[in-house]
Design a protein around this ligand. Structure first.
Ligand code: ATP
Length: 448
């Protein structure tokens, strides 16, 4: 039996705590293809229906549910109505208890709102993760379940298997990510090389792009919520703060984890671009081992998020490729309209260079996946002073694949950002572990 490499507080080995069983249960929604929501709630005028609903633990949730609301007096019906194809599993759960189908094991994680335990299907013996959530934040649980089901089918999203409930709690049975959290990897390995960071960003942006296309804003992108499977595949988890939006709809209300929160969240009206900001903060932590916006109090952190300018021309940034700096500056752009989209991040030369070129080294033909027109050379040129960018400006869209890779190589080596020198922000690299075990942990590393 596989043991989980990293466990959070109270975690123990599963060994010996679960029984073997024979055949796996067949009811699952995994095969279900994701499809656009047909029953989206019409966006309402700011301040009324897009309004605040109290979430679990006092979390402010301001996104309108994409489909109907649960009435306070009909929790089970509300859940069943909202979970779509999970409904059958839920119905079974309501007749049989969780324990009739699953054997609960040890705790493998502790979130702000509940604990996560390993569990094993009595039929078949497959292992899952079971997240228990108190019923006092019922509307939020409904939303989390609905969103997980809505996104189900994408390989980068933790799959929801079934939902159960008893008098006090909901139980979300999910795909088990036994490789631990990205945060644990970061604490273990220290800063990532640019190539390793690019691979993380590529995987993350692929799933974020999918979420945005499906009308979901995650709102809590951080390394604690990026889980890894046994084989090291990345899965985005914890949709407890996620919200569904219709085209162009803005959210209001502060939600997220302080250190990762985008400036527009603090001003009260925001869109899916908050996830790009969160990923930009994550990229900063991956490369430098420190948070970009810091302070001794929540207020100080928020002030830094709103005002501090990052200096990409000195200190630890000097050893980073200019394209890496270029990307992060475009992800941490306070101007939401010019901040990159997930798709643009995926097409950024830094990401392409470190991910596509890696593939090219082992599979020569794979570089034909680099589509010249998608590379934002114009943007690179406008932020560069070097001859490499000058030469890149002459490249045409029908450039051959080797030429593109050569250009990427030259660009990543020589291009420099031409922005004026800014005030230095980054404090000396603070080890991630230390950072998250400090007094600020509860404030800066956990959602609010
Ligand atoms: N599917 C899973 N497989 C393995 N471990 C998991 C899984 N889901 C959650 N965990 C573990 O449990 C922890 C808490 O889970 P999760 O973040 O979903 O809970 P939460 O109460 O919403 O937390 P938060 O305080 O971040 O909002 C995760 O950081 C992770 O360590």
């Amino acid at each position: 039996m596989e043991s989980l490499p990293r466990k959070r507080k109270g975690a123990r080995s599963l060994a010996g705590s679960l029984h073997d069983a024979s055949a796996d249960r067949k009811r699952t929604c995994r095969e279900r293809k994701p499809r656009p929501d047909k029953k989206k709630k019409k966006p309402s005028a700011a301040g009324d229906d897009a309004a605040t609903a109290s979430g679990r633990g006092g979390v402010v949730m301001t996104a309108p549910p994409a489909s109907g609301r649960a009435t306070p007096d009909s929790p089970g019906r509300g859940l069943k109505r909202k979970v779509g194809c999970i409904e059958s599993a839920t119905r079974i759960g309501r007749k049989k208890r969780l324990e009739t189908e699953y054997e609960l094991g040890d705790e493998i994680g502790q979130g702000k709102f509940g604990s996560v335990r390993i569990c094993r299907a009595k039929a078949g013996g497959e292992e899952f993760a079971c997240k228990a959530l108190p019923k006092n934040g019922e509307e939020t649980v409904h939303r989390e379940v609905e969103i997980m089901q809505h996104l189900s089918g994408h390989p980068g999203v933790v799959t929801l298997k079934a939902v159960f409930e008893d008098a006090d709690k909901f139980y979300l049975v999910m795909e088990l990510c036994s490789g631990g959290r990205l945060l644990d990897e970061m604490a273990r390995d220290g800063t990532f090389s640019e190539q390793r960071a690019a691979l993380v960003i590529k995987d993350l942006m692929s799933v974020v792009k999918y979420c945005h296309e499906m009308g979901v804003i995650h709102r809590d992108i951080k390394p604690e919520n990026i889980l890894l499977t046994k084989t090291g595949k990345m899965k985005l988890a914890d949709f407890g703060l996620a919200a569904r939006v219709t085209n162009g709809q803005k959210l209001s209300g502060v939600a997220g984890s302080p250190a990762y929160v985008a400036p527009e969240v603090l001003s009260g009206s925001y869109s899916e671009k908050v996830d790009i900001w969160g990923a930009g903060v994550l990229l900063h932590v991956l490369l430098l081992g420190s948070l970009p916006f810091q302070g001794g109090s929540l207020e100080a952190v928020f002030e830094a998020i709103k005002t501090v300018e990052l200096d990409f021309n000195s200190g630890p940034w000097e050893s980073m490729s200019v394209l890496g700096r270029d990307l992060i500056s475009r992800m941490l752009d306070r101007d939401v309209s010019s901040r990159m989209t997930a798709d643009q991040v995926l097409c950024h030369p830094w990401v392409l260079f470190y991910t596509e070129c890696t593939l090219k080294a082992v599979t020569p033909n794979v570089t034909n996946q680099i589509v010249a027109p998608k590379i934002p050379w114009d943007r690179i040129r406008s932020h560069s002073e070097s001859s490499a960018s000058d030469s890149s400006s002459q490249r045409s869209e029908d450039q051959d694949e080797c030429g593109i890779v050569d250009a990427l190589t030259a660009a990543i080596t020589h291009v420099r950002i031409s922005e004026p020198k800014r005030t230095r922000l980054c404090s000396p690299g603070i080890p991630i572990q230390q950072e998250c075990s400090s007094n600020l942990k509860s404030n800066l590393c956990t959602a609010f």
